[in-house]
Design a protein around this ligand. Structure first.
Ligand SMILES: Nc1ncnc2c1ncn2[C@@H]1O[C@H](COP(=O)(O)OP(=O)(O)OP(=O)(O)O)[C@@H](O)[C@H]1O
Ligand SMILES: [Mg+2]
Length: 462
């Protein structure tokens, strides 16, 4: 009788001599260059085979079913009637005679404008934005990696665009995931937010130097970077995307340089309010009027770029999974936010008190943690417990785990870019529900916050 044999797990009996033989030479810093070079060659090969992400992205078309189900709240029959009565409106294209009609998003936006102008006033054809109120800046942040920041941010941007808002997406993550989702092309740091931050510092330095010369001191020099940055405005950095109403300020690896440069500038001139840089530049360059919502995707770190993004934000969303580890580290993230921003306030307010000026007080219109990748069969208990402790800070809406995201392939990023005909209709509807609900929960915040500002404005003008 053969004795029972077990395969030992692979980590037993590793022969040290064999292991050494396989090892290869030690790596030095030039070794990284060789690895990078191998990657670059591989990348070129993949691109040559058409496996890259490049080549202009195009957005899919939208059918009458989808438009009347999700985008313009009218019955399909009425929609068709209005199109027949108005031959000047986009009529859509169909693959076959009498087949479903398909429209580009640009055409959908024109149709929506028509319904808003001509249709019933009782219906919400255009999403709410109070007159005279600036755009809202929304940051999606958590120093824990892989919690769903970029997915949440990209889906919110797309659903807001489908809803009719004018959206700007700013990628603050040098990994550039958001940039590739929106097909952005970024040569170097000069096409990222970097020049905006540099310009903010350069303007500060110019003012500082005037004060210095008044005191009879030597001015600090403006180097080439700073002089160059003074010529650059946000409009120079904005790229169009394959979405007609989503624009992008992209990122790529060089943006990481800002993490080293910002503290050097701050050391040079202590009075520079680095946390205001992004806010001030977005405002000064008119972007708060040009767009309705500005989404900031941040890196999984609490560095200077994230601090700038957080300080600029009106609404802060903190995605996290319903797991112990993510709950735990999100708690520490909030702790870090507290110590970072309160220590900035403390130092500023000491100086302000000495000068008899008004102090600094950071404030966010709304802060919400959002459960992502939620699996109700496994995580209901943990999520309920998180809800008990976090109360209203945790959005009651949980973004379900959906296979549609991973599945959607390289050219399409997520639910809103996917053609529903490629999926089982049930699967599609459920996947879409998950992100529509995330958007609805976000839009409630946005609308509430805008309304509060509008009321405060009315009170002031009286
Ligand atoms: N609702 C969801 N259902 C299924 N998968 C999801 C969902 N949300 C995010 N994911 C997946 O989780 C992974 C991490 O998501 P994402 O890249 O958005 O996280 P991140 O926080 O931006 O990561 P990083 O910290 O690296 O920037 C991705 O593979 C994404 O496809
Ligand atoms: Mg990300």
């Amino acid at each position: 009788m053969a004795s029972e044999t077990f395969d030992l797990p692979p980590y037993f009996n590793i022969d040290p001599d064999k292991a050494m033989e396989e090892l290869g030479a030690a790596t030095d810093s030039a070794g990284f260059a060789r690895i990078a070079e191998a990657c670059a060659r591989g990348r070129a090969d993949l691109a040559g085979r058409g496996l890259n992400q490049e080549g202009r992205k195009t957005l899919r078309m939208f059918s009458t079913w989808e438009i009347t189900r999700y985008l313009i709240p009218v019955a399909a029959a009425h929609f068709r009637r209005v199109l027949r009565q108005n031959p000047a409106l986009p009529q859509g294209r169909s693959a076959s005679d009498g087949g479903a009609k398909w429209f580009t998003l640009d055409e959908v936006l024109r149709l929506r404008a028509h319904f808003a102008a001509e249709g019933s006033q009782a219906k919400e054809y255009r999403p709410y934005r109070p007159e005279g109120q600036p755009a809202k800046i929304v940051a999606v942040a958590n120093f824990k990696g892989g919690v769903g920041k970029t997915s949440t941010c990209a889906h919110l941007a797309m659903s807001a665009a489908l809803d009719g808002y004018r959206v700007l997406v700013v990628d603050l993550d040098s990994q550039g995931s958001m940039t590739s989702i929106f097909g952005g092309r970024v040569e170097d740091e000069w096409s990222t937010v970097f020049p905006l931050l540099a310009r903010h510092y350069a303007s500060h330095l110019q003012r500082d130097n005037r004060a210095r010369s008044d005191r009879g001191e030597d001015p600090l020099p403006l180097d080439d970077t700073l002089s160059e940055a003074l010529k650059i405005g946000a409009q120079d950095l904005i790229q169009k995307t394959h979405w007609p109403n989503i624009d992008l300020i992209g990122a790529q690896l060089n943006l990481y340089w800002a993490e080293f440069q910002i503290p050097v500038w701050r050391m040079q001139s202590r009075g520079w309010k680095l946390w205001d840089a992004l806010t001030d530049r977005l405002e000064a360059d008119g972007l708060l009027d040009e767009y309705d919502i500005i989404f900031l995707d941040t890196p999984p770190a609490l560095g200077y770029l994230t601090i700038n993004g957080l300080a600029a934000a009106d609404i802060l969303l903190v995605p996290l999974g319903a797991s112990f580890l993510e709950f735990d580290s999100t708690g520490r993230f909030f702790d870090m936010l507290h110590s970072t921003f309160s220590s900035i306030e403390e130092v500023e307010n000491m100086a302000a008190r000495a000068l008899g000026r008004e102090g600094l007080h950071f404030e966010w219109d709304a802060v919400r943690a959002v459960v992502t990748r939620y699996d109700s069969s496994q995580q209901a208990e943990l999520a309920a417990l998180m809800q008990v402790y976090l109360g209203s800070v945790l959005s009651p809406h949980r973004q379900d785990f959906t296979a549609l995201i991973g599945q959607a392939g390289e050219q399409v990023n997520g639910i809103y870019e996917a053609d529903y005909r490629d999926f089982n209709r049930e699967t599609y509807v459920r996947g879409r529900q998950a992100f529509d609900a995330t958007y609805a929960a976000f839009k409630r915040l946005l609308v509430g916050v805008w309304r509060r500002d509008e009321m405060a404005q009315d009170d002031r003008t009286g």
